[in-house]
Write a new protein. Structure first.
Length: 318
């Protein structure tokens, strides 16, 4: 399809495809409202034709940087996989097309959207499809699925403190990640510098699109943190390893993922020397205190586990 559309104005195409995808979203919303909820009633599934899928794939492959495309695909995936009691997901084939569209996005930039669907999925078939797509992407780049997620998660425009400010006229919204990995939006009235309890009604009404984009960004950050947390939970059993350079780049200095990476204890192995430490306030801390030495970039790193050390050291690192 890219050969056919190569000379076309992609901005113009995006302006056409966004409402096209939104119309299918509205169809699914309407069907979800009107479908029966009882197990033994007549069965009906929305009939989204097969020819829609190529447009979904193309949107992911060539238009993902255009306004509205990512949100339209994300909404369509959400609705396609939405479950109706007694009937199952509304349209698995359309949802799967969205998953593959996310996988086609350049530079693994669609990983965050796949993580969102993985978190929401309860259907075993859908979860299996998502896992296969992630495994295929990882194999293509000679990575593990965990490493793929780490390099595919963007910084979401956050600064080194995990914060970003957004202008809403007389109000400012501050999006931030807290030390407990919670993601908050604080609303501040510029003139009085007063912090509001919730988003102003005027912002929700008069700047609805910008407000929705901000809330969606908050949700994506939560999905990113949740996805990495689930990956790291199994990393020790899977015997995953990092180089020190990869660890610092992906999990200690990343504006988002550092709120997970800096809460964990790591084991560094260089030659015969083994060091267990946690990174806190700019320094590595071991049971013996602050570590002054600099670890070589190729130092082998694994997740620490309390069964590896004596009880006294567990208390020091906990």
């Amino acid at each position: 399809m890219t050969e056919i559309t190569g000379d076309l104005d992609t901005v113009c195409l995006a302006e056409k495809i966004v409402p096209f995808l939104e119309k299918w979203c509205e169809l699914l919303r309407s069907d979800h409202r009107n479908l029966p909820n009882q197990q033994n009633m007549w069965r009906y599934k929305p009939d989204i034709p097969a020819w829609v899928s190529p447009f979904i794939w193309y949107a992911g492959l060539s238009l993902s940087d255009k306004p509205g495309i990512r949100q339209a695909l994300s909404d369509l995936a959400d609705l396609s996989f939405k479950k109706v009691p007694g009937l199952g997901p509304l349209s698995v084939k359309t949802g799967n097309a969205c998953i593959h569209a996310f996988a086609l996005m350049p530079g693994n930039s669609g990983i965050i959207h796949i993580l969102r669907q993985q978190k929401r999925a309860v259907n075993k078939t859908i979860r299996g499809t998502i896992e296969k797509v992630l495994q295929k992407l990882a194999s293509r780049d000679n990575l593990t699925p965990g490493a793929l997620m780490e390099i595919g998660i963007p910084d979401f425009g956050l600064d080194e403190n995990g914060m970003a400010a957004f202008d809403f006229g007389e109000y400012e919204a501050v999006l931030s990640i807290e030390n407990n990995a919670g993601v908050l939006i604080r609303w501040i009235q510029k003139v009085s510098l007063k912090t509001l309890k919730s988003a102003p009604v005027s912002v929700k009404k008069e700047q609805a699109a910008a407000y929705k984009a901000l809330v969606n960004r908050q949700g994506e950050i939560k999905d990113a943190l949740g996805g990495i947390s689930r990956t790291l939970e199994s990393a020790w059993l899977e015997k995953r390893t990092w180089t020190y350079a990869h660890l610092t780049d992906r999990l200690l200095n990343h504006p988002v993922l550092k709120f997970i990476g800096r809460r964990l204890v790591w084991r560094m192995e260089s030659g015969a020397k083994i060091t267990d430490a946690i990174f806190h306030e700019g320094n590595w801390h071991s049971p013996e205190g602050i570590i002054a030495e600099i670890f070589p970039a190729d130092t082998r790193v694994t997740l620490w586990h309390p069964i590896l050390v004596a009880a006294d050291d567990v208390l020091c690192l906990s």
